[in-house]
Design a protein around this ligand. Structure first.
Ligand code: DX5
Ligand code: ZN
Length: 225
């Protein structure tokens, strides 16, 4: 299981130090939440291309970076995030009109293509795109802010995706990874791993005022043993 920290609960004045601490603790994937203050109800405009570029500069190729675009115009603006240095662009299926075309554009730009879908969106909206996706992200909270409670009803969607992807792989197709985002902590991470999740976004479970990142990560790793 890969742990991808979301940095929304970090002290942004201390961001460099927080990320150093994460990398020192063994993290090699950052999940960068991009909100435009419009598509998601939370009006906070957070991480954007400038921040992503600085993170890439600080860590070079030591880390893999995805951007989770909670924005209205991903189809028009994805190139900025690629230029800033992300390895994977994840766009919301609810906000994109031609997902197949977006995947092709991302692949032509030599980055991975990811699709994310909301708790209210059916898995049937996702299945037709699987054969072009490097990753599918299941939202286990309504997107918009960190620190919300996990929605266990996503289990069925994940199990459906797991079997569809296993079938796709057995037929020689693309090895689409399953990622989960929202409310993942030490107490539920082993459960989602058993459902078939391979990458877990962890925000407030990793970056909080109760313990250090390395202590939180150690607890998560213990839960996964
Ligand atoms: C929610 C974001 C998440 C969030 C995760 O809109 O996409 O990445 O920050 O934070 P936690 O783990 O605290 O739910
Ligand atoms: Zn996210």
């Amino acid at each position: 299981m890969i742990i991808a920290p979301s940095i929304l609960t970090a002290d942004f004045c201390e961001l460099g130090k927080v990320l150093d601490e994460a990398v020192d603790a063994g993290i090699n994937w950052f999940h960068l939440d991009v909100m435009d203050g419009n598509w998601v109800t939370n009006k906070t405009i957070t991480v954007g291309p400038a921040v992503i570029k600085s993170i890439r500069k600080r860590f070079g190729t030591k880390v893999f970076m995805d951007c989770h675009l909670m924005i209205t115009n991903a189809e028009k603006t994805w190139q900025q995030y690629v230029d800033a240095g992300v390895d994977l662009v994840i766009a919301h299926v609810e906000a994109v009109s031609d997902f197949s075309k977006l995947c092709d554009s991302l692949h032509s730009a030599n980055v991975q293509a990811g699709l994310v879908f909301n708790p209210a969106t059916s898995v049937n909206e996702v299945l037709p795109h699987l054969n072009k996706l490097d990753l599918v992200l299941v939202m286990s909270v309504v997107p918009g802010k960190g620190g919300q409670s996990f929605m266990p009803e996503v289990e069925e969607k994940i199990r459906i995706l797991r079997s569809a992807i296993d079938e796709q792989i057995s037929e020689g197709g693309i090895k689409t990874r399953i990622m989960i985002d929202g409310g993942i902590k030490a107490h539920n991470i082993a459960m989602v791993k058993e459902w078939g999740v391979e990458v877990a976004v962890v925000g407030s479970g990793l970056i909080n005022n109760n313990a250090s990142i390395s202590e939180n990560l150690a607890e998560i790793e213990l839960a996964l043993k």
